[in-house]
Write a protein that binds this ligand. Structure first.
Ligand code: ASP
Length: 430
């Protein structure tokens, strides 16, 4: 059986088992023990193994990609198309989200009693994100893109800084004499292959890990919450689905000149991984492999667009932010003016760049935007209980958006594969 089918099976089996346990036994101490000591750790080991290779993968593929482009002017053009696509897709996503939440108005039906109960239950989690929100986005975010110490940046998971360092290595390589550049190019090429070999091994365990991850979510989930937040969840998931299926298909067809059905067929293993892990970073290795091998995007472009996208391009997250901010306003009976809604659009686009590609990465930034438009920051507690389910859906849209951008850049700035300096350099030994 193909791997993506096995993963799908793991996902369904995990979801069904978790829901049955939840609805029949409830969250008894034994169930809680099993989730905390068995299923969650198993899932986390697998996630860790994927994230383990992200830094070497970003450094090797990005530096190689840029070096393979051969010149800074080519990099500049690709960079511009990439950023234009990121910003364009993210803006369309937020606007769609805002339209949906203004039409459905899911917050109007929430009873103040339910609101207060939700806030009391999830207050603790909200407070712990509050500290993160304070420093989430500011001048330092931009200053720290240029790391003083790249090793420290890598150790702290500061992806933008790692990306910057890798870009600089790639640019510098294009300026060197071939005999000086070749040893590092060979090393990076080998490193990229090693990380990909590790990922292939780790992905073999995906069906079991996905079972454990999804079981942990559904076994613990408060399904009663689902009812009170049903319209809110339907608005988020419905808009994400429309954007994923219709929005991306139109863009793929008209802008990237690709067949959407073929795209989604090839992208399904990436989308399943994103859905199960709720993490763009953990999905990055798979996204990169599929974009190159299945979608046929040249490594120079995929190696540049995909790592950047995993960090900067979060279409699904921006859509979710827009809906959630207006939903919280509706729950509190406050209405946002058109001007405030435009600020929501702008801030959702900007903050989506700063969101870390990890589960729940957007929550601190979302709290920041709430404060900016004058809404009660504690309101975030209302949605925290269902966030994991929404996170799974928005992360799927986030990574699909990275692949869509890679196909757009490929259409406008396509370069012939394979990377020029490496195939020549690695020839006789490989
Ligand atoms: N989990 C999302 C991602 O990794 C980020 C978020 O919206 O919380 O793409």
């Amino acid at each position: 059986m193909a791997l993506h089918n096995k993963i799908l099976l793991g996902l369904l089996a995990g979801a069904v088992t978790g829901v049955i346990v939840n609805l029949t036994l409830g969250l008894t101490p034994t169930v809680e023990w099993i989730v905390r000591n068995v299923s969650e750790p198993l899932g986390r080991v697998w996630l860790n193994a994927l994230i383990m290779v992200v830094i070497p993968l970003i450094i090797s593929t990005l530096a190689l990609g840029v070096a393979g482009l051969g010149s800074i002017s080519k990099l500049g053009r690709i960079g511009l198309v990439t950023l234009a696509s990121f910003v364009g897709l993210t803006t369309i996503a937020v606007v769609l989200g805002l339209l949906a939440v203004n039409i459905v108005r899911p917050g109007d039906g929430i009873d103040p009693g339910v609101r207060d109960r939700l806030m009391a239950t999830y207050q603790g989690q909200a407070t712990s994100s509050m500290g993160l929100a304070a420093g989430a986005l500011g001048v330092n975010t931009f200053v720290n893109i240029v790391p003083r110490n790249p090793v420290a940046a890598a150790a702290n998971g500061e992806m933008l800084a790692v990306i910057f360092f890798a870009l600089m290595i790639g640019i510098a390589l294009t300026t060197l004499r071939p005999d000086k550049a070749e040893p590092l190019l060979r090393f990076l090429d080998s490193l990229a292959h090693v990380t990909i070999a590790i990922i292939e091994m780790v992905m073999k365990f995906a069906p079991y890990a996905v079972f454990a991850l999804i079981f942990s979510v559904t076994a613990r989930f408060g399904f009663d919450l689902l009812l009170s937040l049903l319209w809110y969840m339907a608005t988020v998931v419905g808009s994400l689905a429309v954007f994923l299926v219709l929005g991306y298909s139109v863009i793929l067809r008209l802008v990237a000149r690709r067949n959407p059905i073929d795209f989604f067929r090839k992208a399904r293993i990436v989308m399943l991984t994103a859905f199960s892990t709720s993490s763009s970073n953990a999905t990055l290795p798979t996204t990169l492999r599929v974009t190159e091998d299945e979608l046929g995007v040249p490594p120079q472009i995929a190696g540049f667009v995909i790592p950047l996208g995993a960090t900067m391009n979060m279409n699904g997250t921006a859509l979710f932010e827009g809906i959630t901010i207006l939903f919280i306003a509706q729950v509190f009976g406050l209405s946002l003016s058109l001007g405030q809604q435009i600020i929501v659009v702008l801030m959702s686009v900007v903050t989506a760049i700063g969101v870390a590609g990890i589960p729940g990465g957007s929550i601190p930034l979302l709290m920041m935007v709430l404060a900016m438009v004058g809404l009660p920051v504690e309101g975030i507690a209302i949605v925290l209980g269902v966030d994991r389910l929404l996170d799974m859906c928005r992360t799927t849209v986030n990574v699909a958006g990275d692949m869509v951008t890679a196909t757009i850049v490929d259409r406008f700035e396509g370069v012939p594969a394979p990377p020029v300096p490496l195939s020549a350099a690695a020839g006789p030994q490989s």
